[in-house]
Ligand binder design. Structure first.
Ligand code: FAD
Length: 469
């Protein structure tokens, strides 16, 4: 009788089953916070192989952890330390199956790297408008499984809004072909939305049909200094009124977050001197460079005249625009270099962000002496990465282990009081599983459990993530 590993080898080929050597790239998460031990790493190359692996695991009662680029931030993409969970990495399933320019869609396999998807669209003069700092290594399957957000949600929505159809391997090893390119289809429950954002707990996404949009004729980017969070929200309103659907990015960064970039990446040039808050503003225009520049400069002049902004630098070319985005995207790396901190990925209605930041900053300062706030994020979506760093000179790791729970409790209670969510875009995973029970409606949690029971009764997929059971 063949062992399970022999049977897996027979399905995917010897080379694509990894069971010894250094597997840390698959077993340790991006933040190096979760370290697991897999039964083995299996790397199927086709949907049929994924289905055969799932059928074998269902028979043998072996749990499966699906994985794409392993850039997830909530401890859901690596196995636990039991040595009994099979890690199923979709990296080999990286074919662009079809681009349909007239329907403005593309069908891609789950293991395609996000940047590869963007480049394939651009080669046909089309835009796939999902963009995030991990785009060079995260996969479209992971983006779908976490319903990733990123920097252009304001205009194009999150991954959910960009998806028209899915192909999924279910818990009994069947293939659901829901790869529709339809924008209208009201034939009963919309199953794709169950799998999007399910963090690998309901099925394995093997392919998806995604929306494309025409490439903009011109893109304008500005680095803008503002004196307060209120002023940043006022600028957002002005930009929405002036630019309408042309407003494609609105990121806000606190001075301490940018000071960490200056400290750890001293070679990067900052367009303006430090300011309490900085906004990265982006406009995409369908008419062309002159039209875009005139609109953009009128907005910034008006904002300067009314005292909404203190100063602004407009990118003169694509390199300057990339350099501005690079500064923003370096913040997570710079804060990791500074040492561990307590991270939050929260959202509240945009109108309540100033009050949330003022009152929560004050409460944290009074309970935890000298803490520093690494605030940055997608202000246009009401989404902040609201992270708490130890006081200067304090041991960051000791601070984290002593205070993380209490800080989370304080921040999440403030989020709830402002009508917000404890996870705007990163998901629940292991990290926020207990907080979910505290902050989500019990009725909603009961329905989630019923869905899990209906689609994965054997608890085969990513057990213990999102929900305990
Ligand atoms: P993984 O990390 O491999 O997996 C993530 C989850 O999806 C796991 O639960 C896994 O089991 C599941 N999964 C993966 N593939 C599949 C599949 N094919 N079928 C079923 N389940 C699957 N997120 C944002 O939303 N916005 C941001 O701006 C953002 N910026 C980031 C910046 C950095 C530097 C980093 C490291 C991460 C960032 N993230 C951001 C986190 C984000 O969740 C991931 O980058 C991305 O969406 C995950 O893709 P992945 O392929 O790496 O998935």
């Amino acid at each position: 009788m063949n062992t399970v590993l022999d049977q897996l080898r027979a399905i995917v080929g010897d080379k694509h089953l990894l069971s010894d050597g250094d597997l840390s790239a698959f077993e340790v998460d991006w933040r190096k916070r979760y370290r697991g031990k897999a039964l083995a790493v299996v790397r199927p190359g086709t949907t049929g192989e994924v289905a055969a692996v799932v059928r074998l695991c269902a028979r043998e009662r072996i749990a499966i952890v699906p994985q794409g680029g392993n850039t997830g931030l909530v401890g859901a993409s690596v196995p636990d330390d039991s040595g009994r969970q099979l890690l199923l990495n979709l990296g080999r399933m990286n074919r662009i199956r079809e681009i349909d320019p007239a329907n403005l869609t593309m069908t891609v396999e789950a293991g395609c790297i996000l940047q590869q998807v963007q480049e394939a669209a651009a080669a046909r003069n089309l835009l796939f408008p999902l963009s995030l700092a991990a785009e060079g290594s995260c996969t479209i399957g992971g983006n779908l499984a976490t319903n990733a957000g990123g920097t252009q949600v304001l205009r194009y929505g999150s991954t959910r809004d960009l998806c028209l159809g899915l192909e999924v391997v279910t818990a009994d090893g069947e293939v659901w072909d829901g790869l529709s390119g339809l924008r209208k289809d009201n034939t009963g429950y919309d199953l794709r939305h169950l799998f999007i954002g399910s963090e690998g707990t309901l099925g394995i996404i093997t392919a998806a049909t995604m929306k494309l949009v025409p490439q903009p004729a011109a893109v304008m980017t500005a680095w803008v200094s503002v004196a307060s969070v209120e002023a940043a929200v006022e600028l957002l309103q002005r930009a929405q009124a002036r630019l309408g659907a042309g407003l494609t990015g609105f990121e806000m960064m606190g001075e301490f977050a940018l000071s960490l970039v200056r400290k750890h990446y001293p070679d990067l040039r900052h367009p303006l001197p430090p300011a309490p808050w900085t906004v990265l503003l982006e406009q995409s225009d369908t008419e062309g460079e002159d039209h875009a520049r005139a609109l953009f400069e009128a907005l910034l002049e008006e904002a300067l005249e009314h005292g909404t902004i203190v100063d602004a630098a407009v990118a003169e070319n694509i390199d300057q625009s990339h350099a501005m985005w690079h500064l923003r995207e370096t913040i997570p790396l710079a804060q990791a270099d500074e040492g561990p901190n307590v991270k939050h990925d929260i959202s509240v209605p945009v109108s309540r962000i100033p009050a949330f930041v003022a009152s929560t900053d004050a409460a944290l300062a009074s309970h935890f002496d000298g803490v520093r706030m690494v605030d940055f994020g997608h202000l246009g979506d009401g989404n902040l990465h609201y992270n708490v760093q130890a006081a200067p000179g304090q041991d960051a790791a000791a601070f984290l282990s002593a205070n993380e729970k209490a800080i989370n409790q304080l921040v999440y209670a403030a989020v709830a009081a402002h009508g917000g969510s404890i996870s705007a875009e990163h998901g629940i995973g292991t990290l926020k599983r207990d907080a979910l029970l505290q902050f989500k409606s019990p009725v909603a949690v009961r329905m989630m459990r019923q869905i899990k029971q209906a689609l994965d009764p054997g608890n085969l997929f990513n057990p213990g993530r999102v929900l305990e059971r």
